[in-house]
Write a protein that binds this ligand. Sequence first.
Ligand code: DON
Length: 303
Amino acid sequence: MDYQAVLARIAEDVAPQVGSGRPAEYIPALAAVDPHRFGMAIADVDGKVYGIGDWQRPFSAQSITKVFALALALAQGGDSLWDRVGREPSGNPFNSLVQLEHENGIPRNPFINAGALVVTDRLQTLTGDASSELLEFLRQESANPELAFDAEVAESESAHGDRNAALAHFMASYGNITNPVPTLLDHYFWQCAIEMSCADLALAARFLARHGLRADDSRLLTRSEAKQVNAVMLTCGTYDAAGEFAYRVGLPGKSGVGGGIVAVVPGRCTLGVWSPGLDERGNSVAGVAALERFTTLTGLSVF
Ligand code: DON
């Protein structure tokens, strides 16, 4: 497969959509990003990377980090995590509170904010420093020791973090948060504020295309766990747009409000795409379009 030629064609096809949508505004530091950026990278299972546009430019990974936090929490703490968080699509916005009261403080899935807070709480208990553990893991997998937190984004989110604080306190009232809420929120905000490029993301997600094997060939997840994480990405990774994303793209994918999306073709490759303009559900407009073009042009999808 000539991935470089495919990327050139995708960039041409999605150019009219780059700049559509709006950057996230509820985190002021993200609202300032130029919406006309577009980059895309493909990493094959052997670690060769192809890219186009702004594919090496770091941006705020935001909710994409939820995939990596989930993988680490499962790898280090096992299946008991699933007693505290479900695996069903929520059909609600990523920061919604509404289901929690009827469902005893158990979030629907690990990719909405409530579920990710439970996962980070678990990782904090397991490691004592969830956000640093995650950053170190991402540095190793992407072979980029310069990956870092963006302090401005973390502080901006913390200053406007009432919704996440409400989610965390509400779940704590059901006994589903075990660390002090302020500690948990700090780690969650710093986790979301990790800066990565499309290339970093595609490389870091490679264990999901390699059935659980890390970049150094050690095992992070069992084959079965890797399948499970990919399945939850497919059904829940783009929130209340997961059905539409599966329909258009046909791959497990995880979006972030920084405008990035990571997607996985099991056994073949991983993709990182970035364009900051978001649709009303918080997913990158040009990013989803680019992934749709990829699966249509190449026939590489899980279906
Ligand atoms: O907690 C938040 O709201 C953000 N740090 C992350 C949300 C996010 O990326 C949702 N993704 N589309």
